[in-house]
Design a protein around this ligand. Structure first.
Ligand SMILES: C[S@@+](CC[C@H](N)C(=O)[O-])C[C@H]1O[C@@H](n2cnc3c(N)ncnc32)[C@H](O)[C@@H]1O
Length: 231
């Protein structure tokens, strides 16, 4: 009897089966630091500890370490962790399901989750947001990026076939993050930044002190530059 795969099993199997395509694409591209990552970097104390949730082959994890942070990458796809280790043998990465992260409460100063929570059904993503809150120190920060839109499920056509994807609208995402007890500092839709298509960037804190903050964002001025603006 054919067994139905859970969204996570299906996604990780797809990444494992097609890891060469994924890694080839990423190795061919020049690494661009995600603009939103600067929002986290600007807030976490130097030498603070940052968890990269769904770190993939670890590009952002490595960048954060180069900036002087202590880091840990967590991902379930073994081939990506091997690729991360091949590039940087001493990079701290663990194979872990983001829904069951093996860390004590209040461990991290910052959490970075780029394009990873998109692989969870929304009910699981909501639970994860609460768990991430508990793993973060009081005063700590969360920066996450998810796909913008309505679709939920396994798209017929996608770059890495077979992955489960859940897209979000701003309002429901804000509600999910706030319900998990985070204070949302900024939430915005961006298009064609480091990734094709429309995405949402959220910056949130485990303390209510900074509710309305300066964030780095792309502006479509004549020079197409980057500015710090208040949300
Ligand atoms: C689109 S990639 C993003 C990788 C990296 N964060 C980046 O921005 O390039 C999504 C990553 O999430 C990981 N992932 C998906 N579901 C996961 C789960 N339940 N637990 C841990 N990692 C997961 C995948 O293995 C993959 O590396």
């Amino acid at each position: 009897m054919a067994m139905r795969l859970t969204p996570t099993r299906r996604t990780i199997q797809s990444y494992e089966a097609q890891h060469e395509i994924y890694l080839h694409e990423w190795n061919a591209r020049q690494y661009k630091v995600p603009l939103h990552l600067h929002n986290l970097i600007a807030r976490v104390p130097k030498a603070g500890l940052i968890l990269d949730v769904g770190c993939g082959p670890g590009q952002d994890t490595r960048y954060l370490r180069r900036q002087g942070f202590h880091v840990c990458g967590a991902d379930l796809t073994w081939s990506f962790l091997q690729a991360a280790k091949a590039r940087a043998p001493r990079l701290p990465v663990v194979q872990a399901d983001m829904r069951r992260l093996p860390f004590p409460l209040q461990t991290f100063d910052g959490i970075w989750a780029a394009a990873s929570i998109i692989h969870l059904p929304k009910v699981q993503a909501r639970t994860l947001l609460r768990k991430l809150f508990k793993l973060t120190k009081p005063g700590g920060w969360l920066a996450l990026t998810v796909m913008y839109g309505r679709e939920v499920g396994v798209p017929r056509q996608q770059w890495i076939a077979g992955r489960y994807l859940a897209k979000w609208f701003k309002r429901e995402l804000r509600h999910a993050v706030q319900t998990a007890a985070w204070d949302v500092c900024s939430i915005e839709r961006v298009t064609h930044q480091e990734r094709k298509g429309a995405w949402i960037n959220v910056l949130a804190t485990r303390s209510g002190r900074e509710k309305n903050c300066l964030v780095v964002r792309q502006v479509s001025g004549r020079d197409g530059g980057v500015r710090r603006t208040r949300s």
